[in-house]
Design a protein around this ligand. Structure first.
Ligand code: SF4
Length: 396
């Protein structure tokens, strides 16, 4: 299989998006953020190209404007003024970046470089090709290198997330393939957040690089299995849906678009609208009733405690307080006590919950054997969300 970090990441965040993009190859209109990012990246590449001198700040800004002008026709702006807002933002990001990082202070040895690295799955004997694209590689010292990826996004990851970042691990694998003589401990991995003018860095050791390969192989196996066995690639809605080009065809959003543009073509839409309205009304009433029931219980318990009675009477009937007692055990103490006894095995009953928790830490062979025995059980859940940010409530 031929894949890339971004394809694997897409599969992890939403398998259906992966299917649309990588298997069905459905093209989508370009996203304005992505087009803006490409124009900024292109100017940053230009900035570090020495021929024979490094470009000036003005030349770098001109390169951004040219790149933006060439790309902007491929996107639709929500408002006409947005186009100029992106130009202003790009110019300001690059202006600040240039002043803080004059190109002559760095030794960029590769710019926007592509890589391909082969990963062999020893279990199946298959070889997979992992491809990628590194924004910049600097030689920072005699034998040390730094991989830099520029980000135009606002959100910065924590150091912990950065230490586990798959993209940087994959880039390190790409660099190791390109220059196998480089000691992995001499490679710094950095993300540069242009909006914050902040660079955050991490590194990987040989064991972490092996773990990355295993993680990639696990994901590749999962994708291949789903393709081979015709398994589902389920939609996984998250905040990232806002930037997904497949919303109009995705089953998670299709109805919303159909309501807006093809309402007259939807069968039984009015009946559905009424059902949804009633569903929310009943849910609201039910949660209000649950809340009121708890308040009433507290009033009644307080009365019982004050009057020292266990049962109270009303016109509709009586309410009785019952105390139920249940023993809980410290299982370590029970183990010490019973381990030698013949009945101890009966206490160690198999537990599905424990098995699921244990699965990731088992050997590949054992895990595969267990997974083969597993029987898929499907449960349908209807999730109600009142508004975009409303807390979700699950109903079986
Ligand atoms: S809209 Fe959301 S759920 Fe649908 S394919 Fe895109 S990312 Fe997945």
């Amino acid at each position: 299989m031929r894949t890339s970090y971004s394809a694997l990441e897409t599969f992890k965040t939403c398998p259906l998006k992966y299917k649309y993009q990588e298997i069905d190859r459905i093209k989508t209109p370009k996203n304005v953020e992505a087009v803006f990012g490409s124009a900024v990246h292109s100017a940053l590449k230009f900035m570090f190209q020495k021929s024979p001198l490094y470009p000036s700040l003005d030349q770098t800004l001109d390169a951004f404007r040219d790149s933006w002008d060439a790309r902007k026709a491929t996107v639709e702006f929500a408002r006409p003024e947005d186009e100029q807002a992106y130009v202003k933002l790009g110019m300001s990001l690059l202006d600040r970046f240039y002043k803080q990082n004059p190109p002559w202070n760095f030794n960029a040895v590769e710019l926007e470089t592509r890589f391909e690295t082969e990963i062999e799955d020893k279990r199946t004997g298959e070889k997979h090709i992992l491809t990628g694209f590194i924004d910049r590689i600097d030689k920072t010292d005699q034998d040390t290198y730094e991989i830099i990826d520029y980000k135009t996004s606002k959100k910065m990851p924590s150091q912990k997330d950065l230490d586990e970042n798959l993209q940087l691990s994959v880039y390190h694998l790409g660099l190791a393939k390109k220059w196998p003589h480089i000691d992995p401990s001499k490679v710094k991995l950095s993300l540069y957040f242009l909006k914050h003018r902040e660079k955050i860095s991490t590194s990987r050791n040989i064991k972490q690089l092996e773990d990355t390969k295993n993680l990639i192989l696990e994901t590749v196996r999962e994708i291949e299995k789903r393709k081979k066995e015709g398994e589902d690639f389920p939609p996984t809605p998250t905040v990232l849906c806002d930037w997904c080009g497949y919303r109009k065809i995705c089953p998670m959003w299709r109805h919303m678009y159909a309501k807006e543009y093809e309402r007259d073509k939807i069968k039984n839409e009015d009946e559905l609208e009424a059902a949804i309205g009633e569903y929310f009304r009943i849910k609201d009433e039910s949660s209000q009733k649950t809340k009121r029931l708890n308040e009433l219980k507290n009033i009644i318990y307080a009365f019982m405690a004050e009057q020292k009675v266990e049962r109270v009477f009303g016109k509709e009937g009586c309410l009785t307080k019952r105390i139920s007692e249940k023993l809980t055990y410290d299982m370590d103490e029970i183990k010490n006590l019973m381990e030698g006894s013949e009945r101890w095995q009966e206490v160690l009953e198999p537990s599905e919950k424990k098995l699921i928790k244990l699965l990731p830490s088992l050997s590949d062979t054992m895990r595969e054997k267990i997974e083969k025995i597993g029987v898929k059980k499907t449960t349908t859940i209807l999730t109600a969300s009142k508004s975009k940010n409303a807390a979700e409530d699950d109903e079986e």
